[in-house]
Design a protein around this ligand. Sequence first.
Ligand SMILES: NC(=O)c1ccc[n+]([C@@H]2O[C@H](COP(=O)([O-])OP(=O)(O)OC[C@H]3O[C@@H](n4cnc5c(N)ncnc54)[C@H](O)[C@@H]3O)[C@@H](O)[C@H]2O)c1
Length: 291
Amino acid sequence: MVDLDGRVAIVTGAGRGLGRAHALLLAERGARVIVNDIGVRNDGTGGDPAPANDVVAEIVEAGGTAIANGEDVGSWEGAHSLVSAAVDAFGDLDIVVNNAGILRDSMLVNMSEDDFDDVVRVHLKGHVGVTRWVAAYWRERSKAGVDRRRNLVHTSSTSGLYANPGQANYGAAKSGVVTLSQIAAKELAKYGVVSNCVVPGARTRLTMASPGLPEIMEAPAEGFDVWDPANVSPLVAYLSDGACPFTGETFYVQGGTVRRLEPWTLVGESIEHSGRWPLDELATAMKTFRH
Ligand SMILES: NC(=O)c1ccc[n+]([C@@H]2O[C@H](COP(=O)([O-])OP(=O)(O)OC[C@H]3O[C@@H](n4cnc5c(N)ncnc54)[C@H](O)[C@@H]3O)[C@@H](O)[C@H]2O)c1
């Protein structure tokens, strides 16, 4: 039984889509949840406290405990304040689900500096900032003798892992998120922290804005809705559990499917030279690689 009773969780970008579904399930399993969301449009512009407040109201209505938080995760100080707000409200912090995100799709030849900076800021810096501040807090607690399992869950994308054209900014950030998760797993193990990554597929505002996806992801009139964002949340809740045995792992999750991904792996092919490769010999030897 996954029991999150008494645990405190931050879910970033929890006002809509996947984050909302994660927050609802964590709260249903007993976690006290900080529903973080600045309520921006898909492209990161605007701002509205209503989505976060609405999710808090939903959780409270169902008998759970939650507070809203409007910090921008892409800001270093905003990330710090978010972590502090959780500890101030509930006395501790056990779980961080990094999930907030925006999109500014563009081919490389057209990409503006802002489109790159803003997407990397929300996704990569947004993941790193919250992780950095919660890591410092968990180290302090561990050194003070508090021995508790702590859980980080990060959100990557197939766009980052399989390189989706038109998303160089987003894909580069999402690829970085997986490495961040693995480094956090190694660095923070001594403080009782496990860090894992999910690669979701679901019908949300973000995917509904992508050409071709609304038709594929349409909800069926009856039967299992494989693109419901709530299908992703059981894995997130499992990875948030104090008994979670995994760390440094990445799982694809969509509908009823969970698949484990391997990290970057050296394949069997290799060429060797006793010293530095002479350029022309290297050019010949490179032909032995499959291409
Ligand atoms: N939906 C999918 O199929 C899919 C696939 C791969 C990855 N993802 C990732 O899942 C995460 C959730 O996306 P979603 O599909 O639920 O989209 P969504 O647009 O429904 O939700 C994202 C939420 O993040 C919030 N947000 C954006 N910038 C923020 C900031 N700086 N600080 C705090 N909150 C902020 C938005 O206001 C929004 O409510 C994203 O990281 C996304 O890249 C989604």
